[in-house]
Design a protein around this ligand. Structure first.
Ligand code: DQQ
Length: 540
């Protein structure tokens, strides 16, 4: 029988019901991963009264829901407990900084500490009696001041955080410093600003290693680090790489930021309010992000829930030093069940090939393509500067020379429903240009949902590298990683027919030139155990 809730996920984190948004306060503490998140206990929609829901995990895959960690209760957060971060102070003492919406709808920054530090689940939190610890500074509207980051510590003995803000069309990361974590003073100038953006939400600021893929504690600052300044604005998560000068209290971007917004995004699809943390157990930095629905408010009410967390990604600096790489954390492999492997398969122009005998609505697919006659790729038009527009104009049904080729996810046998994740390769002036697209336009027979086509240029040289794609398909979410994690595109889809057992997955090539699948591996995915503690015990 068809499931009543075909869009609920099997291995992507979601709450049992109601509205969920930003991940908050991520940390690894005494052997346990903590995920807090923005949650509305009363409805499937966003409203006043947002709390910090709390779930814990030993492996970032299976999660137990605990009681809410922070709920509106005091004048300094009575309207909502909005986003914030955790910092683990020396001596293994976790602290949360979060934004409270106070009785006058001002955004103020508050502090909370665990009631019992010896409880690895950190189930109870105590709000500091002298909250708020930071109020909106003069010149900043009180509703444009939120989302404190994880703090970092300098050799001068001071703690630092940034808080997202906006003024006169300029987005900014306002810097605060403290000796004791309770008293904070604003620095003379913001750590970084960017013109022509909307309000900077959920900033994140962290070091990445220039000579290894290991993650670093947020306070690490040495000659082999670069810094990442990330912020959520204009509906996307953007980041800039640069140098952090602690003495001058400046972050200087590596590249000239020509346009209004930088072109590097953590994800080119639906993905927002992400936040990273350092996992000291495995020396890596991990990123969580919120993936909103693409259907309507009425649908959210009917489903009784809204919002997912993207699968946690490990994040590090690419060898080029010019961008970040993201990859699903290795623990995902514990969910892999039956494998289907294909080696060296030619895909002629106009062909599809079904990856059969797997649970296509719940699958992890990796595929790498070879292009034997690159020089025959069609010419790149220098006017094609916007990859998203290019993907929309040349959607999956528009044939080219090299491409579109890739995967058809959550597809029906007649392909009336399908989400195409695909590539096109063009010949540029002195290099090849690879375009990666995620085309939702035919993802559902229903019309009244957001079917925006997403796209990005993938910075690889197809003369020396295979064009690879990894796609995590999970009922209503499709997370794709191109070029071994150089470009991520996440989308939400709501097929009417291609659900559960009726869903299929194909590789396809609608270009004129043949491509070759060097290898393809697909794994049926088991369901992760995500639920309240009692329900998990009874499942065992
Ligand atoms: N969501 C929170 C805010 C944040 C926004 C409220 C970003 O703190 O700026 O739920 O999605």
């Amino acid at each position: 029988a068809a499931r009543e809730q075909p869009y609920r996920t099997s291995y992507h984190f979601q709450s049992p019901r109601n509205w969920l948004n930003d991940p908050n306060g991520l940390m690894y503490y005494k052997g346990v991963y903590h995920l807090f998140y923005q949650y509305n206990p009363h409805s499937a929609l966003f409203s006043n009264g947002i709390v910090w829901a709390h779930s814990v995990s030993y492996d970032l895959v299976n999660w137990v829901h605990l009681n809410h960690a922070l709920e509106p209760s005091e004048p300094f957060d009575v309207k909502s407990c909005w986003s914030g971060s955790a910092t683990i102070l020396p001596g293994s003492r976790p602290v949360i900084l979060y934004t409270g919406i106070d009785a006058n709808y001002r955004q103020v920054q508050n502090l909370a500490i665990p009631k019992n530090e010896s409880d690895p689940f950190l189930q109870e939190w105590v709000k500091f009696s002298q909250n708020p610890i930071i109020v909106p500074p003069i010149g900043i509207e009180p509703d444009n001041f939120r989302d404190p980051t994880t703090a970092w510590w300098g050799p001068d003995g001071k703690w630092r955080i940034i808080v997202g803000s906006w003024r006169d069309n300029i987005g900014m990361a306002i810097l605060y410093q403290s000796d004791d974590f309770f008293h904070w003073s604003k620095s003379e100038h913001p750590l970084f600003t960017l013109s022509n953006t909307s309000m900077w939400e959920c900033p994140d600021f962290f070091p990445v290693s220039t000579d290894s893929t290991n993650g670093m504690d947020t306070s690490t600052l040495n000659p082999s680090t670069k810094h990442v300044m990330k912020a959520s604005f204009n509906s996307h998560d953007y980041y800039v790489l640069g140098t952090y000068n602690l003495e001058l209290e400046r972050f200087s971007p590596d590249d000239d930021l020509k346009g209004a917004s930088p072109d590097l995004r953590l994800d080119y699809g639906k993905y927002y309010a992400s936040k990273s943390f350092f996992d000291s157990a495995k020396n890596r930095r991990i990123l969580f992000g919120w993936v909103n629905e693409s259907d309507s408010t009425e649908d959210d009410i009917a489903k009784g829930w809204s919002g997912l967390q993207a699968f946690p990604r490990e994040i590090w600096l690419d060898r080029s030093g010019k961008q970040l790489i993201q990859w699903p954390v290795e623990e995902i492999k514990t969910l892999r069940d039956k494998n289907i492997g294909v080696k060296s398969l030619g895909l002629d122009g106009g062909s599809t090939y079904e990856v059969s005998n797997i649970t296509a609505s719940q699958v992890d697919v990796e595929v790498a393509f070879e292009l034997p006659k690159l020089e025959e790729a069609e010419l790149m038009d220098p006017n094609w500067v916007d990859p998203q527009i290019l993907c929309s104009e040349k959607n999956a049904s528009v044939g080219g020379m090299y491409g579109p080729f890739g995967l058809l996810a959550l597809a029906t046998k007649d392909l009336r429903e399908q989400t195409a994740i695909f590539f096109r390769v063009f010949r540029g002036h002195n290099r090849y240009i690879v375009l990666m697209c995620s085309d939702q336009s035919r993802s559902s027979l229903r019309n009244e949902i957001d079917k925006t086509i997403y796209g990005a240029f993938l910075d690889i040289d197809p003369q020396v590298e295979k064009i690879s794609l990894r796609t995590l398909i999970d009922h209503s979410i499709i997370e794709s990683f191109g070029g071994e994690g150089k470009v991520c595109i996440t989308s939400r889809v709501y097929p009417v027919l291609a659900i559960d057992e009726a869903a299929r997955v194909y590789t396809f090539n609608y270009g004129t030139l043949s491509v070759r699948i060097e290898r393809l591996d697909a794994w049926s995915m088991r369901k992760a155990r995500i639920g309240p503690g009692e329900s998990l015990v009874s499942q065992c």
